[in-house]
Design a protein around this ligand. Sequence first.
Ligand code: NCD
Ligand code: ZN
Length: 336
Amino acid sequence: MRLILNSPLDMHLHLRDGDMLKNVAKFSAKDFAGALIMPNLLPPITDIKSLLAYKKRIFEAVREENFTPHMTLFFKSDYTADFLEKAKPYIAAIKLYPNGVTTNSEGGIEQIDTKRLSPVFEAMSELDIPLCVHGETNGFVMDREREFCAIYEQLAASFPKLTIIMEHITTKECVKLLEKHENLHATITLHHLLITLDDVMGGLLNPHLFCKPIAKRYEDKEALLEAALNAHKKVMFGSDSAPHLVSKKECCGCAAGIFSAPIALSALAELFEKHGKLTNLQTFVSDNARDIYKLIPINKPIVLEKKEWIVPAKFDDVVPMFASQTLKWKVKSRLN
Ligand code: NCD
Ligand code: ZN
C-alpha cells in the first residue's frame, strides 16, 4: 500500500544552527517541500542580514535536497514600517514570543499591549505579513495557553486584516477560537495529537516528551484531533520539531522540545489511517498551509509505503520521538 503526499509542508520547525543544523536539517529537507523556520536562535533573528546568512547555512545543510526554508523574524516592538517593507520579500511571517516562556525566548515581548504595539501590527496588516504567536502567559503551566486566549481575541479583533497563527495549540479553547475570529488560524503538532500530560509525567517521567506548551488533558487532545483529522480549513501541520542534545534532555533542568522531524510523516500517516482519515492528510499537511500563507510550494511528491521500520534510538546525540519503536509507514528512499 502506498500513499503519495504532494509537497508536504511543516509550518513550525526549529532547525537550530551549527552542528545541530547539520545533523537535523536533512530529515525535514528529505520529507517536506518546505518549512516555516523559527527564528529563536541565540541571538534571535531580528535583521535581514542575519536572516539571509541563516538561510544560506540552511541551504548548505540540506545540500542537494529540494527544500524551501520559509524564513521568519523574531518579533520586536520597535520594527518600523520601513524596515518591515524591506524585510517583506525575504520572510513568510514574524514570530512573537512572550518574554521567557520557552527555549530562547529571552528578548521576547514583556507585555502584549495591543495599543503600544499597534504600529507594528498595523504595518504587518498593510504588508500582509502573517503574525505567528507562541500563545502562553506566565501563569500556572496547565493554564498558560487558556489564559492567553484573551490576548488572541484582542489581537484578532483589534487587527482584523492581520493574519494571526496561534502556534502549536494544545487546548480545546484555542480550537473554539478558530470559529470566532476569521483572521485566527492555528498550527497543530504531531505530539499534541498523540500525547497528554499523562504520557509526560503520569508514570515515569519522560523528558523526551517534555515540550512547551506542555501536553494537556484528554479532552484537549480530542478537540485537536477532531480539527486535524477532519482537515479543518484553519489548521495546518507544524511539527514544532525542536531538537536538543541528549545531555540537555536527560538531566535536571531538562530543555523543552520534542525532536519529531525524522518520524513526522510516518507517524501522521499511521494516526490518520488509524482514524480512517488518511484521505484528509494531504489537506492538513499541505493544502491548508498554501491557502493560509498564500504560498505555492515546489512540486515534491513524497511517497510513503505501508512498511514497518524501527526508529533509531538516536540521530547523533539527539533522541527522536518514537525512538526504538516500530512505525507502520515509511517514507520511501529515506537517507538511513
Ligand atoms: C521550542 C525550542 O526548543 O526551541 N521548544 C518547545 O518545547 N516547543 C520552542 C517553542 O516552540 O516553544
Ligand atoms: Zn516551536
